[in-house]
Design a protein around this ligand. Structure first.
Ligand code: C2E
Ligand code: CA
Ligand code: CA
Ligand code: CA
Length: 281
């Protein structure tokens, strides 16, 4: 129980007080945050386990609030969804990531890829406009679809499944790959694996946390990896914090890993200082 408590709050590090009043003020601030250029995108390396190479990164948004300091996405993404701001923010993140991957492909690695998160609320709002803006951005930047992987993240709801399917098909047609995020948690289950055509499965960090100390967690990870491979999917393990966890995952045949053991999320300028071919292996 202690451990699951830790997992539940593992992204919950903001110093804000969670009162109704502070939430209301914040969602007011959120409305102008894009315009005031208070968002930044951090990148976290994704490592190919067999080679130790950083071949991808995940784009993770941060809000630099003038009073509260850096606010975590787990705090303001749900607010943005409620306030109807998530698509404006999500499209902005995508554009940053696309420009970044274009630059890194020229400068560091011609095959580099960036993963961008997309919540079900973003798919739902797509429905109104009926236009897939992300593909438009790729065209404008003259980028091939294989630059980007879309991660279907947090809170996938059944009533959006049809729309998600349709958008994923559009992406697939353009060469954009898809990942199922947080696999194994309530939001991301076998149903979606059955319904959606995806390329990657991301094992949630709650399975990885106690990988080295709990044999049942190890068995679960091994079984998820086997199942994913049988379905023709590649596996990314999230929240890898120790060498022991990395070793077990490598032995179990996991394809990619991401976590503090390799690197924290960081600003793009710092990413460029990472030796592309020799992250901690
Ligand atoms: P996620 O997509 O599951 O992202 C992984 C989270 O795990 C990130 O938290 C990352 O900083 C954290 N993490 C990485 N390595 C480790 C590790 O070794 N140990 C632990 N304990 N945590 C690790 P972050 O950046 O706070 O993001 C939280 C969530 O916010 C993301 O979860 C994602 O669902 C959402 N999010 C972030 N950026 C965006 C965005 O641009 N759009 C949307 N829709 N959601 C976003
Ligand atoms: Ca993600
Ligand atoms: Ca995740
Ligand atoms: Ca998550």
């Amino acid at each position: 129980a202690k451990n699951s408590g830790r997992n539940r709050y593992c992204y919950f590090t903001s110093s804000l007080q969670h009162t109704a009043v502070s939430r209301m003020r914040l969602s007011g601030d959120l409305r102008s945050a894009l315009e005031k250029k208070q968002f930044v995108v951090y990148y976290q390396p994704i490592i190919e386990l067999a080679t130790g190479r950083m071949c991808k990164a995940e784009a993770l948004i941060r809000w630099q609030h003038p009073v509260h300091g850096q606010i975590e996405p787990s705090e303001f993404i749900p607010m943005a969804e409620q306030a109807g701001l998530i698509n404006a923010i999500g499209d902005w993140v995508f554009l940053q990531a696309a420009q970044q991957v274009k630059y890194w492909r020229q400068k560091i690695d011609p095959a580099f890829q960036i993963s961008v998160n997309k919540s079900p609320a973003q798919f739902r709002a797509d429905n109104d406009g009926g236009r897939n803006y992300w593909l438009g951005y790729l065209e404008e930047l003259e980028l091939p679809g294989d630059c980007i992987t879309v991660e279907i993240t947090e809170g996938l709801l059944l009533d959006t499944t049809e729309r998600v399917k349709q958008v994923l098909q559009e992406f697939r047609g353009a060469g954009v790959q898809a990942a199922l995020d947080d696999f194994g948690t309530g939001h991301s289950s076998l149903v979606y694996l059955k319904e959606l055509e995806i390329d990657y499965l991301k094992i949630d960090c709650s399975f990885v946390n106690n990988l080295a100390s709990r044999s049942s967690d190890r068995l679960l990870c091994e079984a998820i990896i086997l199942m994913a491979h049988k379905l023709g999917l590649k596996v990314v393990a999230e929240g890898v914090e120790t060498r022991a966890q990395r070793d077990i995952l490598l032995e179990a045949g996991c394809d990619y890993a991401q976590g503090y053991y390799f690197s924290h999320p960081m600003p793009p300028a710092l990413m460029e200082l990472q030796p592309a071919a020799s992250t901690r292996a």
